[in-house]
Design a protein around this ligand. Structure first.
Ligand code: ADP
Ligand code: MG
Length: 601
């Protein structure tokens, strides 16, 4: 019996229409959603050339009736909703009836399907939206879709596609959240016949997550909240303090079975983690939320990537509470990993040099109280601090020369000279180094300065081909995500060249045998180098910037000698007054400026 109908005009007019298929990953997304809507427990995906030449998806779901097979390629043909009321209570992933129509229009597509009650299946072949063939086939229950030659008739779109690595990465980014949240379904993904993922159905979310992302299950916490009156359930799997990443690349949110991006939920979750995480490190979490359909609107985004949640504020406060309680009451203590214990023998530049000099600890010469330092607003953020000379505070990432000019109206040479003879007077919250010089207070951002120093040294070493490396007796083992594994294949040689000698230890673990001494934290550096554009094609500056981004940590206490050594190192840099990302490393507060703040004339 036919189930598919064309939506009536009043519903069509309410649908947030948009470009559905912009790249192979968007086609994959639509086909996975269709398979899950058909209640499949098994999805197999075969790709060639990152989906550009073949996307083949097979499911064991309900199948499609013969009478519907031609209909489903019409625009707004769907079995999932019928009228406006349904549009406000969507239970399925799809509902617009546009995906197959859009896919058929721009590719060569064959769909085969068989339902339980029928002996034979039916196959339809369309090219550029035109039907070419329709015939019976022998097959098992379920549906198979093969998309070939995506964008064959839209050359502009095709030209816009990125490299296979990038497109494949996008596809994995799309697939993985479904794999994590639909843990009762098997997912097999192959690219050019090579297996990328094979996840069997599991009875627990935790197991599925650990197996997919290569995380250690003992570092995962689970917490559930259920409010029967409001029909809200929240299920969280949280990484504890032992899973830290330099980016927010393993954070997932799912609302009513739909993986979504929610800036607000992600923000609140990360904020809770800040209670226990060092700066610039991010946790793993997978938050699964179920809400009554009237509380959410899934019809606000063309690719359904975002949803609108009613009373989101209430929900986020529940999430924060759950997360905080779980982190505070359970979770493993921080484990000393190979990488961390190795650090003792492979100090960064600053520490290394200090070891060879006098080790006497010198105390503050002038006690500095928090208040005395805290009141001064750094002029960088205060456009009124230097009214006639400063037009606007420079933004992070702006060219350094400009920053210096606007920022140090007193001339750069002057600052350089002042910094050279400055006297260290203390350290503020292990983040800022305070120096006194003539009638100025000079404040060095410890982290920014260290990053600048490491960046220039690393550039220098890369260019001269002599990278100082720390060889490891036993390798640092780093579990990679499926995306990182893919990136590794392309980046391997380059990593070797820059002193990060590594091999794949097993299918999912990278073994690091050496790393540049300049990189204090090799694990995040490796992850940065494996993310984004492949480093195989990057210049030295980009590589150095990415590698050094996490090479230093704010928060180490520096005594007088270390602080002065850092100052000296900084002054030897070619571009000492900005970090590699364009932020200032040093600011100057003159006596005059401070007087003004205190309304002294
Ligand atoms: P939508 O998912 O929004 O309904 P689609 O164009 O993706 O629109 O699919 C149209 C219809 O085709 C669906 O409503 C469904 O009835 C049918 N269909 C598509 N794929 C499958 C599948 N894998 N299994 C069963 N039915 C499917
Ligand atoms: Mg669909």
């Amino acid at each position: 019996m036919s189930k598919v109908n064309i939506l009536p005009p009043d519903v069509i007019s309410k649908i947030a229409a948009g470009e559905v298929i912009e790249r192979p990953a968007s086609a994959v997304k639509e086909l996975i959603e269709n398979a899950l809507d058909a209640e499949t427990k098994n999805i197999e995906i075969h790709l060639n050339e990152a989906g550009k030449t073949l996307i083949h998806i097979k499911d064991t779901g309900t199948g499609i009736e013969k009478d519907d097979i031609e209909k489903i390629f019409l625009r707004h043909a769907t079995s999932k909703i019928k009228n406006l009321d349904d549009l406000n209570a969507i239970q399925s992933l799809g509902f617009r009836g546009e995906a197959l129509y859009s896919i058929a229009a721009i590719s060569d597509v064959t769909l085969k399907s068989k339902t339980k009650g029928n002996d034979s299946g039916w196959a339809i072949h369309l090219r550029g939206g035109e039907k070419i063939d329709f015939k019976p086939v022998t097959m098992n229950n379920g549906t198979e879709v093969a998309i070939q030659e995506l964008f064959f008739n839209t050359p502009a779109r095709r030209k816009f596609l990125k490299s296979n690595t990038t497109e494949l990465n996008q596809i994995l980014n799309i697939i993985i959240p479904y794999v994590l949240f639909h843990y009762d379904c098997r997912f097999l993904v192959k690219h050019q016949n090579k297996e990328l993922l094979d996840l069997k159905p599991t009875s627990s979310r935790k197991t599925r997550i650990a197996a997919t992302l290569h995380l250690d299950e003992k570092y995962l916490l689970e917490t559930v909240h259920s409010d029967e009156n409001q029909q809200i359930t929240v299920h969280m799997i949280l990484g504890d303090i032992n899973i830290k990443r330099p980016q927010k690349d393993i954070q997932f949110v799912c609302v009513n079975g739909r993986p979504v991006q929610s800036k607000s939920i992600t923000f609140h979750m990360n904020q809770v983690y800040q209670l226990i995480f060092p700066p610039h490190t991010y946790p793993f979490f997978a938050v699964k939320i179920n809400l009554p359909t009237p509380n959410i609107d899934v019809n606000i985004h063309p690719t359904k990537r975002e949803v609108k949640i009613k009373n989101e504020y209430q929900l986020t406060s529940v999430l924060r509470q759950m997360c905080e309680t779980a982190l505070m009451t359970s979770g493993q203590p921080l484990q000393a990993t190979k990488g961390q214990s190795d650090r003792a023998t492979s100090e960064n530049l600053v520490e290394k040099a200090i070891v060879s000099t006098r080790a006497s600890e010198l105390s503050f010469e002038t006690p500095i109280t928090e208040e005395a330092v805290g009141v001064a607003t750094p002029p960088f953020y205060d456009p009124y601090a230097f009214p006639q000379k400063t037009q606007r505070p420079p933004e992070a990432g702006q060219p350094s020369a400009e920053t210096q000019q606007t920022f140090f109206p007193a001339q750069k040479e002057n600052l350089q000279a002042k910094l050279a003879r400055a006297r260290f007077i203390g350290s503020f919250i292990n983040k800022f180094l305070l120096f006194e010089s003539d009638k100025s207070l000079l404040v060095i951002d410890q982290h920014a300065a260290q990053e600048r120093i490491a960046f220039e040294k690393f550039m220098e070493q890369m260019e001269s081909g002599h990278i100082e490396v720390q060889n490891l007796l036993s390798p640092i083992l780093i579990k990679l995500s499926p995306q990182e594994i893919m990136a590794f294949e392309e980046a391997k040689e380059k990593l070797e060249q820059i002193g990060l000698s590594s091999t794949m230890f097993d299918g999912e673990t990278l073994a690091l045998h050496s790393y540049p001494i300049l990189l204090k934290n090799p694990e995040p550096a490796v992850r940065y180098l494996l993310s984004g554009e492949s480093i195989a094609h990057c210049d030295h500056a980009t590589i150095a910037r990415r590698a050094c981004r996490s090479s230093v940590m704010a928060g180490d206490y520096l005594n007088k000698e270390k602080a002065e050594f850092q100052r000296d190192q900084l002054m030897r840099c070619r571009d000492p007054f900005t970090c590699p990302h364009g932020r200032p490393t040093v600011i100057e507060m003159s006596e005059k400026f401070l007087d003004k703040q205190f309304l002294r004339t």
